[in-house]
Design a protein around this ligand. Sequence first.
Ligand code: G6P
Length: 612
Amino acid sequence: MCGIVGAIAQRSVQNILLEGLKRLEYRGYDSAGMAIFDAENTLQRSRAMGKVAALEEKLEQQSLKGQLGIAHTRWATHGKPSEHNAHPHQSGDKLAVVHNGIIENHEALREELEGQGYVFTSETDTEVIAHLLSREYDKTQDLLTAVQNIVSGLDGAYALGVIHADQPDTLIGARKGSPLVVGVGIGEAFLASDPLALLQVTDRFIYLKEGDVVCLRPEGSVQVFSEQRETVSREVITFEHGDGAASKGNYRHFMLKEIHEQASVIASTLEGRLGERHVLTHCFGADADNLLGQVKNIQIVACGTSYHAGMVARYWIEKLAGIPTQVEVASEYRYREVVVPEGTLFVTLSQSGETADTLAALRYAASKGGYLASLSICNVPGSSLVRESDLCLMTQAGPEIGVASTKAFTSQLIAMMLLTLSLRMVRQGDDQVQADIVAALRGLPGLFEKGLAMDSAIETLSAAFAEKHHALFLGRGPMFPIALEGALKLKEISYIHAEAYPAGELKHGPLALVDNDMPVIAVAPNDELLEKLKSNLQEVRARGGELFVFADENVHLKEGEGIHIMRMPAVEEHIAPLLYTLPLQLLSYHVAVLKGTDVDQPRNLAKSVTVE
Ligand code: G6P
């Protein structure tokens, strides 16, 4: 998704902006651009299709010298990816703007502006903002006021960075619906969609709130105004994760690095949250026991991989805490007339905390009323979701850069197991079931390390998939969402069409597709559904399908023609979904590497989906 970087300093900003764009590459984009005022306050702009490296090449030919600038990576929404649609957009030769989000009333605004003689050079919704600002600046002669005056007329979502040649000591930012942070420097100040973009220059950030407009000055002063135009003070938060997170270290791709980090991520997400035999329920807040005790129903809402974590959690919560649970993708939930059963806890799951549909779902739930409370499980402190939820539990995955989510997913599963066990604890007190799962959770980082030893075997196996066009993933019970996640990973990064089915549903359709060109991947831990799954696998074999089964080392399954068995370390059955995610991640990774795709930034996808 689009990324914004802005800088106002007493030194040259080109390389700061360029480095910022590189650090935002993980979000997904198709073009990049930059605008800087030179010493004579002339607006210089450079834009390029494709990677930031293409922009960098242009800047090597002709650098942009100056101390105030804005830059952008664009993920096309209105108008195809092209240089003329790339940001920054200008109105005349004095004003430039970068934008993340979607302006829904852009057509009407464009018509009005064209009627007044404004000439458009792109198909983007953003260009209307540039012209609106220019028109308003001509009236007010003040950039801050101009921004404050026009934003109320924008429907939809925006994060903005704006500069004007007549005010070379001012960088304006504004946000509503799309994320924007201020990087607080020493004698300089910055804007970005994500703190990661600025860690090379500062670790102190202000997370702007909905409707905020901010005015940055070259000596580093930061003035924030609320939507009501009152001067407000916003907390400066020190970013906790080290800068190392934004580098690949010795790994070929961020995705592989992040897969390998999962053992330590699990340990961090559990840290301080486990007692000897049960979860320390106050990890959900001081009053958690009281609140969790009142929960009669749970509604989980999320998107993408986070939705799959929610699906696993439903099996856990209903089985272990006895609480009816619904899970829904946020884009459906937010537009549905929902009926809220009494005592419902509203839970959102999100890596970024900025996913537009998930945020909108939370706001819809809040406006609807009737929920007991909202809880967000999130990986980014200070994100919109965290700020707007009543309670939150932070996953400790650290920054995740690969677009295909891996370590964030496992940390979300851990968080949901903590919630499940807390709900059980407040209902029936300490018991052996909790003690067993808690012990198993403690052992999980070790099992992940063991599981990673399968890497080279899975790499060999991946050759069987690289030439295929389709793949089918099967699982039962809580392993069904794991099959879904395995299929999602494969399609996201290798572009192989992959589907997942609950194995029992095989004969109601997908069996018709099975032949020796369709590899079938099954996840088979040693659980109560194993025997059922085995019968389903026979159904596949009988139709000539080639089976790849990740199975518990103690499960009796015979390798044979067309049946490949990969042995997994034995694991307590409730937490098997966590461990069985690992080989599926590795499989999709190696298939993608063999196919030569852009593993960390797969085509058409974005890390942080900040538009609906
Ligand atoms: C995008 C990402 C996925 C992610 C989903 C939800 O599609 O590519 O990896 O699962 O958004 O994002 P969230 O930040 O809300 O977990």
